[in-house]
Design a protein. Structure first.
Length: 325
């Protein structure tokens, strides 16, 4: 009887001793303290740096802006807002033990109204707060300069938008494929380059459909952008394009390169007229091919990102190194 009792007493003593050592083990204390320290910011603790980030965050935050129909510029895209991710910013600054603006981490907040929710209306430009421009090329001739233009765009890692006339695309399938394979987007420039405001509704619909069919057969895509020849259109034109799931694209900076000005004239014209959200209109001319590289340099020096119409109209905010607050 005595032996089982002693065995139970010994086992109980071991349990008590183990529990004591577990609680009072210095390594356990270090582990618990570490957990408390790491959890401090997330629970709104007393770390001065965390508090400073939390306090300053509102100075850097920007509200999202809805897409809208502007009285002058017509259909305009929205632009994401910015909100400081306090936890992520704290983790990046913690090793430096001080507030560093360039270590701020942001989350983008989308607007409530998007471009596709607006009624049909032409688009002349991107959002005025977006430091970006779009390169567009209307192509109905000038294929001899396309290779040079594409090489320059590839060299500078720029994606542009090429609006192709259907009749031209039908006769230059390899050039269409070359543009598409170069990572550029392809839009419609009608089939036979008519004055879209003066032809009948049936004729206008045929112009759009024939071009879309050719482009779909050539590169497997149906364009989502339509650039009316010579910029001529009416409300019916815009509505017809919308029925075919296309937005009507115009421009806010015209190089007037079809008049064959000197390359310096084109570069100077773009330098003076460039603005946030600009859509820059070009054609495959000798002057443009020669002016393109210096134009890219000028625009980059001015702080503009360069891309396609899709990239320009995207709501994603471009976060620059210099933040106004």
């Amino acid at each position: 009887m005595r032996k089982p009792f002693l065995q139970k007493l010994w086992a109980l003593s071991m349990i008590v001793l183990f529990s004591y050592l577990l609680v009072h083990n210095p390594f356990s204390e270090i582990y618990v303290n570490t957990l408390k320290t790491e959890a401090l910011p997330a629970s709104g603790g007393k770390d001065p740096l965390y508090g400073e980030i939390l306090h300053k965050a509102k100075n850097y935050e920007k509200p999202a802006q809805n897409a809208k129909i502007d009285k002058v510029w017509k259909k305009m895209p929205g632009y994401n807002g910015l909100k400081v991710d306090v936890e992520a910013s704290y983790r990046k600054m913690k090793p430096y033990k001080k507030f560093l603006e360039d270590k701020l981490v942001f989350r983008q907040i989308p607007p409530q109204v998007h471009l596709e929710q607006l009624p049909p209306s032409p688009i002349y430009r991107g959002h005025p707060d977006k430091p970006m421009v779009a390169f567009t090329f209307n192509v109905a001739w000038g294929e001899e300069y396309l290779s040079t233009i594409l090489e320059i765009l590839k060299k500078h890692h720029i994606s542009a938008t090429f609006f192709l006339e259907g009749r031209w695309a039908k006769g230059h399938a390899e050039a269409v494929k070359m543009i598409h394979e170069g990572g550029h987007e392809i839009g419609s420039h009608s089939y036979s380059h008519p004055d879209m405001a003066k032809i009948s509704e049936d004729e206008a619909a045929a112009e759009l459909k024939k071009t879309n069919d050719i482009l779909r057969a050539t590169v497997g895509i149906a364009p989502k952008w339509f650039a009316p020849p010579s910029g001529s259109f009416n409300d019916r034109t815009v509505a017809l394009a919308a029925k075919m799931n296309m937005e009507t694209i115009l421009w806010s900076v015209d190089t007037i390169d079809w008049q064959k000005p000197s390359p310096n004239t084109i570069v100077d014209r773009v330098r003076k007229q460039a603005h946030n959200g600009a859509i820059i209109l070009m054609h495959p001319t000798a002057s443009t091919a020669e002016a393109l590289e210096p134009m890219i340099s000028v625009l980059k020096e001015e702080g503009y990102k360069i891309g396609s119409v899709t990239e320009l109209l995207d709501e994603k905010r471009i976060i620059t190194r210099t933040l106004s607050h």
